[in-house]
Ligand binder design. Structure first.
Ligand SMILES: *Cc1c(COP(=O)(O)O)cnc(C)c1O
Length: 346
C-alpha cells in the first residue's frame, strides 16, 4: 500500500486536516471561558453563523450528533414520534442516541433522502390519542448523506414546515452539509434555513474545520439548548480554539465547495461511463457519490479492499453499495486517478 501521505482519502469530508493558515488562526485566537459566555472567538462564530442562517441566535457544540440530540431534547418529550427521511443520519449514524437520550421513536418516510408534504401528513399521529405516540417533530436532512449528498427540494421543505406549523409540530433541519446545498442550488443558507425552527450546521465536514457544529434558532429556545448541552456533557471552556478555526473555514472554504462538487461529478461520470457500476448521475448533486457494484462482479467490500491496495480509501455502505466523498484535501488530478483505480477494482 502507498505511504500515508500518498493516500487519496475519499472516506469522508471529515478527514481534512487544518492547513497552516488555519493553524495560525487557531494560534492567534482570543479565548475565554465559554461557559461564562466569555470566549470572544466562540461568540463571534455564533453571531456569524446566526447571521448566515438568518436566525436570532446560534450555539456552538463539540459535534453535530450532540447538536441534533439537543434539538430533540428541546423540542420533544420521551415517547414522542419524530418523522425523518429514510436512512437519515439520526436513525443510522448516531448510535441509538435519540432513543437513549431523548427517548423518542422515529418514523422514516419517503425515498432517496427526500419526502413530500403528503407523505408527511399521512404519518402524522395526533396528540391526545389513547394509542398513538404524538408526532411532535419533523426533521429534514439537507444534503442527505446516505442518499448520496442529494439536496432536499426547497419548495417541498417549505410545504412540509408549513404543514408542521399548522399541526403544532416543530421542525429541525439537520444541515451538517447545508453549505453544500447552498452552493449547489445558489440559494443562501438563510433561505434554506428559513422554514425551520432549529437548524444544525457543521464546520467539520466540507468546510474543513477540526470540529464543531452550531444549532441556530430563536433566542427563546436558547435557554433549553444551553442547559441540554451541559446535561449532555458538551459545555466546554476555551472552545475558541475551535471557534477560530470555524471562522477561518467560513471565510476561506465556503465558496470553494463548488470545486468538490465538480470533482464528485468527474468521478461519478467516469464510474457511470465505465458501465462497471450502477450509478444514477442525477444523485450526484454535491460532494458525495453513492454507487453500486453490478451483479456477478466483485462485492462492495472487495472493491474497497482492492482500491485501498492502490492507495484510494472509501467506505462500503452495504454488500453492494459504496460511498465516496470529495473535499478540500483532494485535488482534481487525485480524483481522476481515484476514478481509474475504482474502475480497475470492479
Ligand atoms: C456528520 C453529520 C452529522 C454530525 O456528525 P458528527 O460526526 O457528530 O459531527 C449530522 N448529520 C449529518 C447528516 C451528518 O453527515
Amino acid at each position: 500500500m502507498p505511504a500515508t501521505n500518498e493516500l487519496i482519502d475519499l472516506r469522508s469530508d471529515t478527514v481534512t486536516r487544518p492547513s497552516a493558515a488555519m493553524r495560525a488562526a487557531i494560534a492567534a485566537a482570543p479565548v475565554g471561558d465559554d461557559q461564562y459566555g466569555e470566549d470572544p472567538s466562540i461568540n463571534a462564530l455564533q453571531e456569524r453563523v446566526a447571521a448566515l442562517l438568518g436566525k436570532e441566535a446560534a450555539l456552538w457544540f463539540p459535534s453535530g450528533t450532540m447538536a441534533n440530540q439537543v434539538a430533540l431534547r428541546a423540542l420533544t418529550r420521551p415517547g414522542d414520534d419524530v418523522v425523518v427521511s429514510q436512512e437519515s443520519h439520526a436513525v443510522w449514524h448516531e448510535a441509538g442516541a435519540s432513543a437513549a437520550n431523548a427517548g423518542v421513536q422515529f418514523t422514516p418516510i419517503g425515498a432517496r433522502g427526500t419526502f413530500t408534504e403528503a407523505e408527511f401528513r399521512a404519518v402524522v399521529k395526533p396528540r391526545g390519542h389513547m394509542l398513538f405516540p404524538p408526532t411532535t417533530l419533523v426533521e429534514i436532512e439537507n444534503t442527505h448523506n446516505r442518499a448520496g449528498g442529494v439536496v432536499f427540494p426547497q419548495h417541498e421543505a417549505e410545504r412540509i414546515c408549513a404543514a408542521a406549523k399548522e399541526l403544532g409540530i416543530a421542525s429541525v433541519l439537520d444541515g451538517a452539509r447545508l453549505w453544500n446545498a447552498a452552493v449547489a442550488t445558489q440559494r443562501s443558507p438563510a433561505e434554506l434555513a428559513r422554514p425551520f425552527e432549529l437548524v444544525a450546521v457543521a464546520l467539520s465536514k466540507g468546510l474543513g474545520g477540526p470540529g464543531g457544529s452550531l444549532l441556530a434558532g430563536t433566542r427563546a429556545t436558547m435557554v433549553a439548548r444551553v442547559r441540554y448541552r451541559r446535561l449532555d456533557g458538551g459545555a466546554m471552556r476555551q472552545a475558541g480554539l475551535f471557534g477560530a478555526a470555524g471562522l477561518f473555514a467560513l471565510e476561506h472554504h465556503l465558496a470553494r465547495l463548488g470545486d468538490d462538487h465538480a470533482n464528485a461529478r468527474l468521478i461519478g461520470q467516469a464510474l457511470a461511463a465505465s458501465q462497471r457500476f450502477e450509478l444514477d448521475l442525477a444523485t450526484v448533486q454535491t460532494n458525495i457519490v453513492v454507487f453500486r457494484v453490478l451483479p456477478g462482479r466483485a462485492d462492495a467490500a472487495t472493491v474497497a479492499a482492492r482500491a485501498k491496495e492502490r492507495g484510494v480509501l472509501l467506505f462500503p455502505l452495504g454488500a453492494t453499495a459504496l460511498r465516496l466523498v470529495t473535499h478540500l484535501d483532494v485535488t482534481r488530478e487525485q480524483c481522476e486517478r481515484a476514478a481509474a483505480v475504482l474502475v480497475e477494482a470492479s
